[in-house]
Design a protein around this ligand. Structure first.
Ligand code: ADP
Length: 437
């Protein structure tokens, strides 16, 4: 096997400003080691001689000055490229850094940057690069994710704001959901709101309401913390560029007082944004090119990604193992909510006199334990005395999973990453189901 391991290892000598791109399936593993020179993965520098492991990822190892890499394991795709948009991304970072300098001198806020583009153009990767570069420069930017499909920080269906104060983990991206699970209830927990669906159009009113709540939280944090205020925000978005997409983009621009709009790889979107924002000279609209390395992810990959994020949340990763607790709870001891009708229901299906907008952001109590089977529930940071309206607008303390329902006895079997701490009374159900495998 030693011979196989040696044969299995490929050496790559990269010239300056080129990258090694590789894809690893969820079912296989690959690892990369920097032998000499300098290299980074989405902005985070690799340490020499350290082996980094990957599965279910699509990766680019980029070098500014040239390097030698060793790649081991099974990749479904692997090649090198010397045409990358990295120098334009670096220029963008330098321009943002200039805004931070100016803000520091004038006692103002750092840049609020909204990253736009269709699905799979490299928005999240660009956000990582911009955040890593800012961090390497001693800044403490906030990473805001309005992309509810992925769950890059926590569960899919969640919108989050996280202070980036440590280097972004190259193996786990923004950190595994396990790290978030382990931080539940502590101050390092990101600010999170549970939307509960994959697509903003499933409940547009709720999506906008939670975007506003998140923006308020970010503003409150920036008001009391100088480093956060100066670091500014890098805001990742959903990739929707239809009518609903334009609506939520404009809403996010207002709510976060965005002053830099970055459009990735889409001419029409760029021209529409310059037109829509032409009366607002305080907002700069810039376009940057998409990397040729960005890979389209099909629904199957996305579903697998969501599943692995959920699994990670409860069981951890090899770096941060968790042993979740299973407990039996009386259905009557907790209040479990769902958010109103989805906007897909015809207006005629609503009770007479009920306004659609209201129903879309109104909590409906779940009175039938059956439908909870295999659901992910958000534990809301509202306490027992809070009413429904407060509960809906409260952020998330953590998540639990309903692994079994005994309808006759009205009991739920609940899986939780942290015992005790999470059992508050208000729980919110979204559309995500998961079956432990
Ligand atoms: P978006 O946020 O626009 O949907 P992502 O940044 O998530 O796009 O990129 C889509 C996929 O392509 C991700 O799996 C990401 O890791 C991968 N990717 C991005 N840039 C590169 C690159 N230069 N080389 C290889 N893979 C890349």
């Amino acid at each position: 096997w030693l011979l196989k391991a040696i044969v299995d290892t490929r050496e790559y000598n990269l010239e300056q400003e080129s990258e090694l791109r590789f894809e690893v399936e969820f079912s296989s593993k690959a690892s990369v080691k920097l032998v000499s020179g300098t290299a980074e993965i989405f902005g985070t520098e690799l340490a020499t001689g350290v082996t980094y492991h990957f599965f279910g990822r699509k990766i680019a190892v980029f070098t500014w000055h040239g390097c030698c890499l060793e790649l081991t394991g099974q990749c479904s795709v692997e090649y090198t490229a010397n045409e990358t948009p990295m120098s334009s991304y670096l220029n963008l970072h330098l321009a943002l850094e200039q805004l931070r300098e100016n803000a520091a001198q004038q006692g103002e806020q750092g840049p609020r940057v909204l990253v736009l583009g269709p699905h799979d153009v490299g928005k999240t990767s660009l956000c990582k690069i911009l955040l890593s570069y800012a961090l390497r420069q001693g800044r403490r930017p906030l990473h805001v994710s309005l992309d509810c499909s992925e769950g890059s920080i926590t569960m899919p269906g969640t919108m989050t704001a996280t202070s980036i104060s440590h280097i972004i983990d190259v193996e786990e991206g923004f950190g595994s959901t396990a790290t978030t699970a382990a931080s539940m209830g502590s101050t390092t927990m990101p600010l999170a709101y549970y939307y509960g669906y994959q697509n903003p159009s499933e409940n547009l009113q709720l999506y906008k309401l939670l975007t506003s709540k998140l923006a308020q939280g970010v503003k409150a944090r920036s008001a009391i913390d100088d480093e956060t205020r100066l670091g500014g925000q890098i805001i990742d978005t959903t990739g929707l560029i239809d009518n609903v997409g334009y609506d939520i983009i404009q809403h996010a621009i207002e709510q976060f007082s965005v002053n830099v709009v970055v459009v990735l790889g889409h001419e029409r979107l760029y021209s529409d944004m310059t037109r829509i924002l032409r009366d607002k000279p305080e907002i700069s609209v810039v376009k940057v090119a998409k990397s040729g390395g960005v890979v389209e992810r099909d629904q199957q990959f996305r579903t697998q990604l969501q599943r692995s994020k959920i699994h990670e949340y409860f069981y951890g990763t090899s770096k941060c193992e968790l042993s979740p607790y299973s407990t039996l709870t009386n259905f009557t001891d907790v209040s479990i909510w769902r958010v109103g009708e989805s906007s897909l229901a015809p207006t005629s299906a609503l009770p007479i006199g009920m306004d659609r907008q209201l129903s879309e952001t109104q909590l409906v109590k779940i009175d039938n334990a059956d439908i909870l089977l295999h659901s992910i529930l958000a534990v809301l940071n509202a306490d027992e005395t809070d009413n429904e309206a407060n509960a809906l607008e409260s952020n998330v303390a953590g998540f639990i999973y309903v692994s079994d329902v005994d309808d006759a006895k009205q009991k739920l079997t609940i899986l939780s990453p942290a015992p005790g701490r999470l059992l508050k009374r208000h729980l919110l159900m979204g559309s995500f189901k998961w079956i432990e495998s």
